[in-house]
Design a protein around this ligand. Structure first.
Ligand code: SF4
Length: 293
């Protein structure tokens, strides 16, 4: 399902140049409206903004828990796995991943250093589960297929607005203008539409920076051991650029030009810090809990 088949996929140079020109032109207009501010746009920025603007702007009350940390710990363990010589076991990989994250002294590392034995055991169990599932789903990856984990992409190289992606796993590389790269996001939960938008954003940043689009995008659901894939097309890349530019425009309106934020009730009301005082959120949550609905 993830392997290449059929005719080689080659996007026209004119199409890629046109996409970059459109992005450059829009960024120039946005820069005029920024009043010296800067913006760092990721898939999380766009996903959260389009979920609900009011929630996006609310103070961040994020706290680490084993359930929230399992993704980053397991991804770091998988990063070690891809480059490990021999046959590592998941628990060793997770222990090494935790030790390395602690050494990095970022927010997650500081939390990992402070947790008690019960949270540590809980986290290890959940992360080992994901790493084990990954090992079951993916055979050892041939180094010749250029597997890379946590690979960062950015466009442009510098400026007040930067687009930045960081994919869980990429396999393959372009050969000349032929698109051969597969971008994979590993998921531990259920399928949601936002996952597809996240990968389209990665494909856009890859295209703008490398000038050769990837060939295929895959959200790989570890619990179900199944990938949901999408071919990269000109239409997909144009739509991803449109969504990204719409997001940047909305951010400038909200953060520089003082437009009031809209409220969009939905699944994110469940973890929104504004939920207790938000009429729209309360109405959504009541209806969602109604067994007769
Ligand atoms: S409760 Fe829901 S609608 Fe209200 S601000 Fe939060 S996410 Fe938006």
């Amino acid at each position: 399902m993830l392997r290449r088949s059929g005719e080689p996929l080659v996007f026209g140079e004119a199409f890629v140049n046109d996409l970059r020109d459109e992005a450059n032109e829009a960024f120039a207009h946005f820069t005029d409206r920024l009043n010296g501010n800067t913006m760092f746009i990721t898939k999380h920025t766009l996903g959260s903004l389009f979920d609900c603007e009011a929630h996006y702007l609310a103070p961040d009350e994020f706290e680490w828990t084993p359930a929230r940390a399992k993704g980053q710990v397991s991804h770091r363990a998988i990063q070690l796995l891809i480059n490990w010589r021999g046959e590592p076991v998941p628990s060793d990989l997770v222990d090494d991943a935790v030790a390395r994250l602690i050494n990095e002294e970022r927010g997650l590392g500081m939390w990992l250093e402070s947790i008690g034995p019960a949270d540590e055991a809980d986290l290890r169990a959940q992360a080992c589960d994901l790493v084990t599932k990954f090992m079951e789903c993916f055979p050892p990856l041939d180094p010749r297929s250029r597997p890379v984990t946590e690979s960062s992409t950015q466009w442009p190289v510098d400026g007040p607005i930067l687009l930045r992606g960081r994919s869980d796993l990429t396999i393959g590389r372009p050969v000349g203008r032929e698109s051969r790269k597969l971008i994979v996001d590993l998921k531990s939960g259920r399928v949601v539409a936002r996952h597809r938008e996240d990968l389209r954003f990665y494909a856009l940043v890859e295209t703008l920076s490398r000038q050769v689009p990837p060939r295929l995008l895959a959200s790989f659901y570890l619990d179900a051991a199944q990938a949901v894939t999408e071919d990269v097309t000109e239409g997909l890349l144009r739509s991803a650029l449109r969504r990204t530019l719409d997001g940047i425009n909305a951010l400038i309106e909200l953060q520089v030009e003082d437009r009031p934020a809209t409220k969009s009730p939905g699944a994110s009301c469940r973890w929104c810090p504004l939920a207790s005082t938000c009429a729209e959120g309360q109405a959504y949550l009541s209806a969602d809990d109604d067994p007769n609905r």
